[in-house]
Design a protein around this ligand. Sequence first.
Ligand SMILES: [Zn+2]
Length: 348
Amino acid sequence: MNDRRRFLLGATSLACTLPALFTPGVAHAQAKGTAARTEAITAWQRRLRAILAKNRLPIIDLQATYVEGATNVRQMIEVMDELNVAQIAFAPANAPNGAPSLNLHRQHPEHFIPTTSSGEFPRWWRDPAAFLAVTRKDLESGEYFFMGEHEFRHYPSPEQVSAGRNDRDITIDITGPAGHALFALSAEFNVAFQIHYEIEDRLLAPLESVLERHPNAKVIWCHLAMIRYPDRAKRYNTDYVRGLIERFPGLHFDLAVPPPDAIYQPSGARHSTLFTNGQLDAGWKKLIEMHPQRFMSASDYRPPVADQYPNQINRQRQLILDALSEPARQLVAYGNAWRLLTGSPWTG
Ligand SMILES: [Zn+2]
């Protein structure tokens, strides 16, 4: 802020640029959040360094849904310590705003990242514009570092299928007002966000058009290569994803996917196409090594599958991270997440 202010004070002849610099978001948020932000980053750095000092690979887990009262926080902290998960970005669901995540961070500053609301519950589907107005308010406080997962196309997840919950079949047009508002928020506040967007041929062009319109948005497309209906996804492959990476510098992917042999019951498909014969597929491995800055480990924690958290983290390590070269592994486990959260590369 100081540099910005000095620049502005010295730039009276550029007065006409002031309105553009003082967008309601960034300047305000930076001024308000500076001390808390520095403290938070220092706490995360301390914990990452402690894990690295033990010669263990830390993971920053950016895809997790927090439900206050349902998430067993004490148990999660124990598991994180045991599995060397440095931080979790817990996006709150079933809450009026991001406050539960911020409170969690205040209680356990080294473990949790203040994250705005998860777009995985009715407040998002029913009125995405109102939802994003709340997110904007949260971001303006300067205290949030990340935005939760927003469902634009979502098929019922395996546990929802088992429970007969077809209400979780969600469609929100990504090229509509909600899509544009979300991508614009990310660019304005320089805060990354996640999308849940099923892989379907007909959905690819709309996503590309939004990415084209918002080149400064920082997007994480969750669940790389998780294809639930293969007959609807003929065009998606490593070449297609490489093309997207080369066209869109803000586009990232997370690796929170089901186990290699998992079957998506409604289609009967083996939906984790990231794996072949139980291993990281050679083509995907090659692409991750080619663009290691764009991929990230993640768990997709949510309370109904909390007991699977250790398995999910162990799979990330054994099937993905262990298969990568050392530089790629460091980026995918925590380096990329660190850069997206703090705006700077991890330097130790
Ligand atoms: Zn998801």
